[in-house]
Design a protein around this ligand. Structure first.
Ligand code: G6Q
Length: 545
């Protein structure tokens, strides 16, 4: 079923024609309660969505559309473990990984919670041993450096969380992430490390991913320059679903932390894929992260749709993508430690909703997932914000604002926050020609010089943004934020009638390169390719040193 035929979608289409010229500035002037009307809190987290191109009627219609696609039924299907990942025949249960209520969650008639809890318990035992020194390196020294080797979902989420939770890092423990098969990544990481005190976590759900296995083999070779083959067990652990491949690689399966096929890669930081987080911060902090995720799950599952943060954010996204024709969504955290947050969100959203086929296998004739991008504020202001203010595209922005810093000695927070708020305000208000004229006159401009400069300094405004505001970036808050975006993406996938939980585009990449690797060998017969690829292969062979 295409959403274009749903009466609520068509009603939004008509509403869009009426609303597209309505100015937010005027709406704010007319309604002193606009902030109260269009903001939601969940615990310590506030979503202010008042600076959007909406009226109450818009929100009513968006919520009616969410109801028409039976969003609440889909939410229940996901939480209850139905196989909603239809192309892979799998349940989608990242919510079970952070199910702190411990209520049973059934997959194929079996409760998954005992297995989830057992792995959490194993992670805890292992982290405690590493931290208290009962797990030592081969020469009897304490582990000081964790190197996670993984890629995509087995890298981005844990790397982002470790950055963000740097204030919670255990003294003396450092964490590194190696993902790229470009040897530079591994080489520049290990060149400063001591194999006696380094622990590698090889994180791969399938344990067949070329980049990860290649990096892990090279890491083992590096380790074996000092350690003996028997010492590998003390320095390499694995996170995977694939015990056979783990054993084949040479890692003792006692040192393997299990994940399950119902955990999607980009949703896996809550599983044992989060082991580097727990090793870096301690298991108690990792559990606080899970608590935050669970809190958002409860919010998502129980709050009425108009008061439901992921639903409201998801539907606002649909409003811009499908009616205003927006192509991209910026996520701009005003927190330097969230530098990798937009990257993780990019994978989460673009891999989940970058689809052109609907759940019934038919081609889609409407827009789905946007391009997600962003970097921390204020840096982005000195780079790409020009285009957001005065470019020709409508780019909705999420401003993520923690009120308090973890580093109060360096008290820059007022300046940081003022910048975030000022950007959101300026995007909404813009600057009219009259205002620019008054400013220029004030500055002494007149005549043709004034007229020539004036249009360049006009800001159209009416550019939408959300503000997510919270007291401090604690593990619980970070858990809430990540889970919020996961659910937002899910809401949009339901509206677009797509399977947000497969990733055939990623699988394609995994196959393609394997076919070309042998062609790059000197003297090998080059297999059939287009002429461009064949010539490039030949050139690479010639240029290779
Ligand atoms: C995520 C994707 C993808 C995956 C990586 C790594 O949802 O499936 O990014 O996480 O390709 O896969 P492995 O964990 O199997 O190595």
């Amino acid at each position: 079923m295409t959403p274009l035929n749903i009466p609520e979608w068509q009603s939004l289409d008509r509403h869009y024609s009426d609303l597209k010229f309505v100015s937010m500035r005027e709406q704010f002037a007319l309604d002193s309660k606009r902030f109260e009307r269009f903001s939601i809190t969940s615990g310590d987290l506030l979503l202010d969505y008042s600076k959007n191109r909406i009226t109450q009627e818009t929100m009513d219609k968006l919520i009616q559309l969410a109801e028409a696609v039976e969003i609440q039924d889909w939410v229940e299907k996901m939480f209850k473990g139905d196989a909603i990942n239809i192309t892979e025949g799998r349940a989608v249960l990242h919510t079970a990984l952070r199910n702190r209520s411990n209520n049973p969650v059934m997959v194929d008639g079996k409760d998954v919670m005992p297995a989830v809890n057992a792995v959490l318990e194993k992670m805890k035992r292992f982290c405690d041993q590493v931290h208290n020194g009962s797990w030592l390196g081969f020469s009897g020294k304490k582990i000081t450096d964790i190197v996670n080797i993984g890629i995509g979902g087995s890298d981005l989420g844990p790397a982002m969380i470790c950055d963000a939770l740097e204030p919670y890092g255990i003294d003396g423990m450092k964490v590194h992430f190696v993902s790229n098969v470009d040897g530079t990544d591994l080489s520049t990481t290990i060149e400063h490390l001591n194999p006696e005190t380094t622990l590698f976590v090889v994180a791969s759900k399938t344990f067949t991913t070329q980049e990860t296995i290649t990096n892990a083999q090279s890491a083992r070779n590096w380790f074996l320059k000092e350690g003996k083959p028997d010492d590998v067990a003390k320095h390499f652990v694995a996170v995977s679903t694939n015990a056979k491949e783990v054993a084949k690689f040479g890692i003792d399966t006692d040192n393997m932390f299990e994940i399950w096929d119902w955990v999607g890669g980009r949703y896996s930081l809550w599983s044992a894929i989060g082991l580097p987080i727990a090793l870096y911060t301690g298991m108690d902090v990792f559990e606080r992260l899970l608590d935050g995720g669970h809190q958002m799950d409860n919010h998502f599952r129980t709050q009425p749709l108009p008061e439901n943060i992921p639903v409201v954010m998801g539907m606002l996204g649909v409003w811009y993508i499908n009616f205003f024709n927006s192509q991209t969504q910026a996520i701009v955290p005003y927190d330097h430690s969230l530098a990798r947050f937009p990257n993780h969100m990019q994978q989460l959203d673009m891999e989940s909703n970058g689809k052109f086929i609907n759940r019934t296998g038919a081609r889609i004739n409407y827009k789905t997932g946007p391009v997600i991008w962003g970097t921390p504020g204020t840096n982005g202001q000195h780079a790409y914000f020009q285009l957001i203010h005065q470019g020709t595209q409508l780019i909705p922005v999420d401003f993520v604002l923690p009120v308090n810093s973890h580093y109060p000695d360096c008290d820059h927070q007022s300046i940081l926050l003022a910048n975030g708020l000022a950007q959101a305000e300026a995007l909404m208000k813009g600057k009219t020609a009259e205002e620019v004229r008054a400013e220029l006159v004030n500055e002494g401009y007149e005549g043709s010089a004034l007229e020539a400069l004036l249009p360049h300094k006009v800001f159209p405004g009416n550019r939408p943004s959300n503000v997510l505001l919270f007291p401090k970036l604690t593990p619980e808050m970070l858990g809430q934020l990540v889970a919020l975006y996961e659910h937002k993406v899910f809401v949009q996938g339901v509206v677009w009638n797509i399977n947000s939980f497969d990733q055939w585009g990623v699988e394609l990449g995994k196959q393609l390169a394997k076919a070309i690797v042998p062609d790059l060998k000197d003297g090998a017969e080059i297999s059939a390719h287009d002429s461009s690829t064949t010539q490039l292969i030949k050139l690479i062979r010639e240029l290779r040193q």
